[in-house]
Design a protein around this ligand. Sequence first.
Ligand code: SAM
Length: 327
Amino acid sequence: MKLNHQQLTTPPPPKKKMGVEEHLRHREPPPKPTNLKSLFTHLLLFFLGYLFGFFSFSTTTAPSKPTSATLIRPQQPTPPTTTDPVHDLYRFRTHCADPIPPNQVRQTLLSKIHKNTSPFESFPPPHLAHLLRPRRVRGWGSTGSVFETLLRRVRPKVILELGTFLGASALHMHATALRLGLRDVQIVCIDDFRGWPGFRDVKLFRDVAAVNGDVVLMYQFMQNVVEANATGSVVPVPFSTGSALASLCQMGVYADLIEVDAGHDFQSAWADINRAYALLRPGGVMFGHDYFSGYDDRGVQRAVNLFAKVRGLKVRPDGQHWVLSSD
Ligand SMILES: C[S@@+](CC[C@H](N)C(=O)[O-])C[C@H]1O[C@@H](n2cnc3c(N)ncnc32)[C@H](O)[C@@H]1O
């Protein structure tokens, strides 16, 4: 017999004990041995009542052995017993540390990420130099008009780029900023510099070398920065967007312009957009690439549109780019 929790913890019902006590009470004073039949009936009833009480007590208090069903994970996934908190899907950190001044962003990043040394110092490392080309830049829509439009409008001091690859868009923004007379612009480049699995199988990138499974993407990017004479304006942050953005948030590193161009599936784009938005200065602009890409069933577009909807913003497409706007 299966017992529920209540049965296991509830003391035996008093009613059954009362039956025993009642019989005991009836035994005092003992019946006169005049009527043997009635005495026998009485004793039989008392005995049966005692047995009944004894068994019902021991059945309700004996610890039940856990059945295997309580220990083994079911084959089928267990449906959620409570309503999932759907709003948790929208919960991202929206407040970060107090902002540090823009002119301290570079030094802060060098100190906290690169042990107070420019990663461009003593570059390239001798054991990799022969694998790098003097300049090897290649991107996707990385020189579109949207960059100049936004640089003119925002006149940023700090630009945050999620997804840098070989640096085509970062170096284009650097050159455009110089041309527009914008001084002291820092471009913070977040990229794990791994590309994506199999990217070296693409004919275009077969020449990008790898050493023991480690592609030299970051070194070739840095070589491109050196060649463009932009080492004082670019800070590589060679980590995943998730961990890098969390760290910038803790450091209080905010940006005036944020370009999102890393993972192009919905989940990656959704997380990147939400996390990066917390680092956008008031008056700043967030934009990104591949708004019309079909990848992951238009993953970027779905993420951007959902974000705009949740935040009450507008999406202004510009070629393949998307720009978020409050009006
Ligand atoms: C399309 S490329 C960026 C192109 C660049 N913006 C340009 O226009 O030249 C995407 C880059 O995002 C990086 N990436 C993708 N997912 C990432 C992640 N979760 N964290 C860090 N980098 C990521 C890849 O390594 C790759 O270099």
